[in-house]
Design a binder for this molecule. Structure first.
Ligand code: SF4
Ligand code: SF4
Ligand code: SF4
Length: 540
């Protein structure tokens, strides 16, 4: 089920509240029917969507209602124990709890989303609920989320296919096959060839379902670019082809039903005041007058979204980064209402909304008089340092990866590390190691740690295997096979701690470890390098 229609603004005033009810077909629908038959006064702000079972309405679908302009959403199901499908109401409780957490971080307020259950004969209690909920949402006011058009505008400075082919030197391909023989998608068993995709698009077959599927399956990991003797920038070519395809209504599979793309689009609303800094642990020093800003990224949303499914705590990267900055006597400012950097929108073909986020971020940061932005996320780093300026959003401040800052500070001396009784291996994030050419940087830092040992995986540095997903597109059995392969490489080093440097590497690899058959064989502890440094560093 998708939820893509905007509210009809012609039949309702722009300022009218919009409340969506997802109503289970069984118990509560009968109650609602009774209200309609009795001509009872149902609040006119309510728009009902009939559903087969509350358990079918995922966190993503709940959130998409807000993305498309809802001010309040209620999931109305059957009283526990009466669900026709058994666990529907319990699943709904979990999904609503997760989505409420996201709404809270986003600054919308978790009470805009409610779950309620009714028996068929409970028409009056249902009406009371609808009136209460409408009053509650009215008290909270209109949602600050402004729905953006899902369809890309006709003229957004986008290149056409011929221009994209030319811009990335695709015609220079010598058909040597080095890209295909190095591509991790091909090596994970999928019939996949970057040069064949390029050749098909050159030959005018870019719109066939097979080629579209291939364009959206690329991990944009960049190994092919690294190996190509003609310097065909395939990841950049794919990124632009996705924009071209999206504009003509074609796109690939978005992981988690497109939840993260929805979240990012919602963040383009100028009036949004996100709250994800609210939960910082005690003892962290920040200073809003500082000329240095720490940009955290979306890690808190990942924690909230995956909390019940994966044991990931990517918010720790933010808290540990700030602790590390404080250790070096840097007391940074934080961006109130910080938004996503937009990396995944750009890399999943939505340049228009990426640009909205970029402009909002840069404008807000420059208003604070910031001279330097520090980030621990390789995707935020790349977006600010490279993709914003290259896409026409100039950045008038320095962009620094926290590893660079840490390495410089540690190099001054007087700093040591507490011993850590773990053997480490390292997963390179492609945006930092391969694309920015900084594979040396995390290794310099790892060399400084006092650990039991450090052993590299078979594929490492610029040749490292991707964690198996990028921009929340194309997650499937082949990407899972790639993750399993990577985790086997990690285990083969004999290490007991897999250190990463990107929140998403942690998420995707942890997800693969959930495999009920392979879990024991490929499972291992995961930690971000920033956290390892922050938790062991000390003054000598
Ligand atoms: S970017 Fe990575 S996944 Fe995509 S074609 Fe190149 S090597 Fe394969
Ligand atoms: S490595 Fe470069 S030149 Fe060789 S086939 Fe691939 S894209 Fe063409
Ligand atoms: S690997 Fe797991 S976490 Fe990553 S996109 Fe796929 S399902 Fe989601």
């Amino acid at each position: 089920m998708t939820f893509t229609r905007d509210f009809d603004e012609t039949s309702r005033g722009m300022d009218e509240l919009k409340i969506v009810l997802f109503v289970c077909n069984w118990g509560p629908h009968a109650a609602l029917q009774t209200l309609q038959d009795q001509d009872r006064d149902i609040p006119h702000q309510v728009r009902m969507i009939r559903i087969p079972c509350t358990g079918r309405i995922s966190k993503t679908l709940l959130f998409k209602a807000f993305e498309r302009g809802a001010d309040g959403v209620a999931l109305i199901g059957c009283t526990p124990g009466t669900c026709r499908y058994g666990a529907g109401t319990y699943t709904a409780e979990r999904n609503v709890e997760g989505a409420r957490g996201i709404l809270d971080l986003l600054g919308l307020g978790k009470d805009r989303l409610r779950l309620a259950t009714f028996l068929p004969e409970e028409a009056s209690p249902l009406l009371d609920f609808l009136n209460d909920f409408t009053d509650q949402v009215r008290g909270m006011g209109k949602s600050p989320v402004t729905p953006v058009p899902l369809k890309q505008p006709a003229h957004d400075g986008r290149r056409n296919t011929a221009e994209v082919l030319k811009a990335h030197d695709v015609y220079a391909c010598q058909d040597c096959g080095k890209c295909s023989s190095a591509c991790p998608m091909a090596l994970s068993g999928r019939p996949y060839s970057p040069r064949a995709i390029a050749n098909s698009i050159i030959a005018g077959s870019g719109n066939t379902p097979a080629v579209v599927n291939d364009v959206w399956s690329c991990l944009t990991c960049g190994i092919c670019y690294d190996r190509c003797p003609s310097a065909v920038d395939f990841p950049a070519f794919i990124r632009e082809m996705r924009c071209v395809q999206k504009a003509s209504g074609k796109s690939g599979h978005e992981a988690h039903e497109g939840f993260f793309q929805s979240l990012m689009r919602a963040m383009t609303s100028p009036d949004l005041r996100t709250q994800h800094w609210k939960c910082l642990p005690e003892g962290i020093r920040t200073d809003q007058q500082s000329k240095t800003l720490f940009f955290g990224g979306c890690a808190p949303y990942f924690d909230e979204f995956f909390r019940r499914h994966l044991d990931v705590h990517t918010s720790d990267i933010l808290a540990d980064s700030l602790r590390l900055l404080n250790f070096f006597d840097v007391t940074p400012a934080l961006l109130p209402g910080e938004r996503c950097c937009g990396h995944d929108l750009l890399w999943s073909g939505d340049r228009e909304n990426f640009l909205r986020l970029a402009r909002l971020n840069v404008e807000a940061i420059e208003k604070m008089g910031i001279e330097e932005v520090v980030t621990a996320c390789p995707e935020c780093y790349r977006s600010f340092a490279r993709d914003y300026p290259e896409n026409g959003v100039p950045v008038n401040f320095r962009v620094t990866h926290i590893f660079d800052l840490a390495e410089k500070e540690i190099d001054k001396g007087a700093v040591g590390f507490e011993a850590l009784d773990r053997s480490l291996t390292f997963q390179d994030p492609c945006r930092l190691s391969r694309m920015e050419g900084r594979a040396d940087l995390p290794r310099k830092l790892i060399d400084r740690l006092r650990v039991k040992g450090f052993r590299e995986m078979q594929d490492r540095g610029v040749s490292a295997l991707c964690c198996g997903n990028c921009a929340w597109t194309g997650c499937d059995g082949y990407t899972k096979a790639l993750q399993v392969k990577r985790l086997r490489q990690a285990r083969a080093t004999g290490s007991d701690l897999l250190v990463t440097a990107c929140p998403k590497c942690q998420i995707h690899l942890r997800c693969a470890m959930e495999d009920p058959l392979l879990g024991k064989e490929i499972g291992m502890d995961l930690m971000d390098l920033t956290s390892v440094i922050a938790r062991t560093i000390r003054w000598e």
